[in-house]
Design a protein around this ligand. Sequence first.
Ligand SMILES: [Zn+2]
Length: 408
Amino acid sequence: MLMAALCSPLSAAEKVQSPEAPGKARNVILFIGDGLGINMLSAARAYSVGADGRLQMEQLPHMALAHTCAEDKAVTDSASSASSLATGFKVPYRSLNIRGNGNRPALISELAHKSGRSVGIVTNTRLTDATPAAFYGDTKNRYNEVELVPQLVESHFDVILGGGLAWFLPKTTPPGIREDGQDYLAKARVKGWAILQTRDDLKKSEQLPAGSRLLGVFTTDDMSYVDERKGRPAEPPLTEMTLAAIHRLSKNPKGYFLMVEGGMIDKAEHKNWALRSIMETLEFDQTIGAVLREAGKDTLVIVTADHETGGFALSGSPPLSSHGNELLARQPDQGFLMGWTSGPGALQKQSVDFLDPNFRQPAAHYTSSALHTANDVFVAATGPGSEDVHGFFDNTEIFRIMKRALGL
Ligand SMILES: [Zn+2]
């Protein structure tokens, strides 16, 4: 009865069915744009639909600004910030879900699982990177990634899709890097996970019976940037992974919790690659648009960022009609319109081709990797419980909004 075949996508009647839990929302989808500051959103908007247009995520009806500081630092990293979203508590810089006092609070994914819902994670970084790890694991130091893999394999998740195969395999099995000789891909198979390694595997996973648990590890390390993926057809794009996850999770009539990370935005920002940062932001936005068309009315969708990276800005006075590559070109009177506060772009020779995705826009001061900033981040939402998303609040409030909406 529980697993009575619900076809996917859900029919209109199923979409409006009341959730069985007392909360208002049957499902929650949390989108995290890693490093996606409001300033990058403005630039991606100008680049794609013009400065007076609107991205898909900008069409959500409710909005707030969230403070992002860590328990011990004014400027957060992804581990501390994702932990705030996952637990509702601040944790120290680089910690995953372990507070300064040593406590390890319950995760939203654990609470959702206990209520009978299915749970999932989708990212285009490696699965042991800070943001995805905050939703299944804990460690005082996010860089202990080999420690996180066993936690992932032992977790109660129904769908986990991303990159980072090297962390699952022993050194003796390329591309493995594990020193402990353990093969966690083999262990995951024993635990009943269906292992997916290509875009084709992901497509075929739609045929797997209800109750199958999917572990997709599609690349050795982080997945590719949008512009690199053209030559790598075996890698599924973020949108495909997300829709496949929703189709799988929505087979559970009790509902689901899903976290989707656009994780490569931050990676490009750390290098001062404005074009790549924009392309990644646009793919993230396209994924949100696809989900909004697919998710039922009983789904709370929240979009936010964990922090801003690089102190980016689109500046100057380009004409309103400017969009696309015009915004990347050097202007005769104003130089480059896009620039950063910190990062390796401070040493860039500006004669190189500005349309090359590897071109670094100028930064005001040199750091080998652009720094995170204290800038507040946007929170946008739609669906049951989204009316709580307004005003200024701390990012820990997002956990409470999701928990309340799920009736937990
Ligand atoms: Zn970062």
